[in-house]
Design a protein around this ligand. Structure first.
Ligand SMILES: NC(=O)C1=CN([C@@H]2O[C@H](COP(=O)(O)OP(=O)(O)OC[C@H]3O[C@@H](n4cnc5c(N)ncnc54)[C@H](OP(=O)(O)O)[C@@H]3O)[C@@H](O)[C@H]2O)C=CC1
Ligand SMILES: O=C1O[C@H](COP(=O)(O)O)[C@@H](O)[C@H](O)[C@H]1O
Length: 452
């Protein structure tokens, strides 16, 4: 059963029709009406605002009726796909009506909270306290849809199921790590949310620090939620910020330009964005990890909107060979060996290394060994949300960050936000790879961003 709640003027039929059309449009296997028919009639909608007690009483009543008439038991998961500012109000409503009470409802009651979880450390703590007052810890699922992506889960498989990578996965062999999340889209219709949030809070605090944690963590003792969360937390705790935040970070904001052959307006011209907004739509940071494995290895992370194309990847760049017994002119085209985990699109893993160019001379050039999901597997990857919603229903918390991880991630972001206060972001043209200052940041350390 799916029960929707929002202010719009919908009845059960409208909700069901909308669900039908979307399900059909996104079906990845041939559509079967007989399968849909099993769900039809089980989609209900209750209209109302979050501060409307009567509407929540109706929601409670409807849920109880469904439980009693459909024999579905008392189990229900509340999915907060709602503006983050509304979380406290809705939690209070669930507590007031008793809808969050497992015992009273005769089954489990779980809550799924969308990111961003808070806007800084203190609001995240407040929200964690509030959620804990209403739900028990094991019933809280903080969703970060990046963890539901097949390629992100594969980071753990790649590292811990093979003997090939782990021996070189440390500061002795790794020169640096680059994590890129580039989007070609702008902020769409989310000006209200985005302008109050910015790139660092929107994706660095969650998706990108989670990626970093998976790349840098130690092997968990088992594949159990508690063990994995504990290892990720250790990494998040070990993160160090640049000594001078202005030297080691770059914030940008897109100007008008061209992306994918189409004209794109500048951020300040987007509907709903204040004309003098200083919110960033691009961020690049240089982080360190203070432990034996990663001492001295920079983790460069960048994310931005209106970049040339959509790509998310993690690139581990290895140190160059200490000695090359070749003629220097023959090895000019050699870069760092690289292991690139392509999160999306073209999901897969690429290993780049030098090879002899066929011919009579010992000329060397970088080549790529390319594993692509589409070619290697006939099985289809579930959509990230598909996987995560299923995990909520079966009660598996492995792919959900816990309260401590969320709070620790804010401890990384808060000092950055504080240092950025009153500073304008650097402009970059839509369709470019961010501000020039981001290139200069790496150039100062003798490096450059990978062409993602
Ligand atoms: N969009 C994205 O790319 C991503 C979003 N998220 C997170 O997912 C969540 C949802 O995002 P998004 O869909 O963009 O959010 P929206 O702001 O569009 O809100 C989602 C829903 O909440 C309802 N709603 C809003 N205010 C009220 C109210 N006062 N009373 C009752 N219903 C209300 C709206 O319906 P109605 O107007 O009919 O009431 C709407 O259906 C957020 O927490 C966001 O941070 C996470 C990852 C990516
Ligand atoms: O969480 C968010 O993610 C989307 C990008 O998600 P993806 O799965 O397409 O990579 C981003 O556009 C949005 O701003 C952010 O809130």
């Amino acid at each position: 059963m799916v029960l929707g709640f929002a202010r719009r003027d919908w009845d059960h039929g409208t909700f069901e029709q909308m669900a039908y059309e979307h399900a059909k449009a996104h079906a990845r296997t041939p559509w079967r009406e007989e399968v849909w028919a099993r769900l039809a009639g089980n989609l209900k909608f209750v209209g109302g605002a979050f501060d409307d007690d009567a509407a929540f009483d109706t929601l409670d009543r409807t849920l109880n009726e469904l439980r009693d008439t459909h024999g579905i038991g008392g189990n229900a998961a509340f999915y907060f796909s709602i503006p983050p500012a509304a979380f406290p109000t809705v939690l209070k409503q669930l507590a007031r009506t008793g809808m969050a009470d497992n015992e009273k409802c005769g089954g489990w009651r779980r809550v799924v909270v969308e990111k961003p979880f808070g806007t800084d450390l203190s609001s995240a703590k407040e929200l964690n306290d509030l959620v804990d007052d209403v739900f028990t810890g094991q019933d809280v699922f903080r969703i970060d849809h990046y963890l539901g992506k097949e390629t992100v889960q594969n980071i753990m498989a790649l590292r811990f199921a093979n003997s090939l990578f782990e021996p070189v996965w440390n500061s002795k062999y790794v020169d640096s790590v680059q994590i890129t999340m580039a989007e070609d889209v702008g902020i769409g219709t989310r000006a209200g949310f985005y302008d109050a949030t910015g790139t660092a809070r929107d994706v660095l605090q969650n998706h990108l620090l989670q990626l970093l944690a998976l790349v840098a963590m130690e092997e968990p003792t088992s594949f159990d939620a508690t063990e994995i969360r504990a290892e990720k937390l250790k990494v998040l705790r070990a993160i160090s910020l640049p000594r001078d935040i202005h030297e080691g970070t770059v914030r940008g904001q897109y100007l008008q330009g061209w992306v994918g052959g189409e004209r794109a307006k500048g951020y300040l011209d987007e509907e709903g964005v204040p004309k003098k907004s200083t919110t960033e739509t691009y961020v690049a940071v240089r982080l360190g990890i203070q432990n034996r494995r990663w001492a001295g290895v920079p983790f460069y992370i960048r994310a931005g909107k209106r970049l040339p194309r959509r790509v998310t990847e993690v690139a581990v760049l290895f140190k160059k060979a200490p000695h090359l017994p070749f003629n220097p002119t023959d090895v000019e085209a050699l870069g760092h060996n690289q292991l690139v985990i392509r999160v999306q699109p073209d999901e897969g893993v690429v290993l780049k290394f030098g090879s002899k160019v066929p011919g009579t001379t010992m000329e060397l050039r970088d080549i790529a060994m390319d594993f692509q999901y589409g070619e290697a597997f006939t099985e289809q990857s579930p959509e990230a949300y598909e996987r995560l919603v299923l995990d909520v229903l079966i009660g598996d918390r492995t792919l959900f960050p816990d309260a401590a991880e969320v709070e620790q991630s804010w401890q990384v972001i808060d000092p950055l936000e504080e240092a950025w206060q009153g500073h304008k972001p650097e402009p970059y043209r839509s369709g470019e790879w961010g501000p020039r200052a981001a290139d200069e940041m790496l150039a100062r350390e003798g490096r450059h961003w990978r062409r993602a």
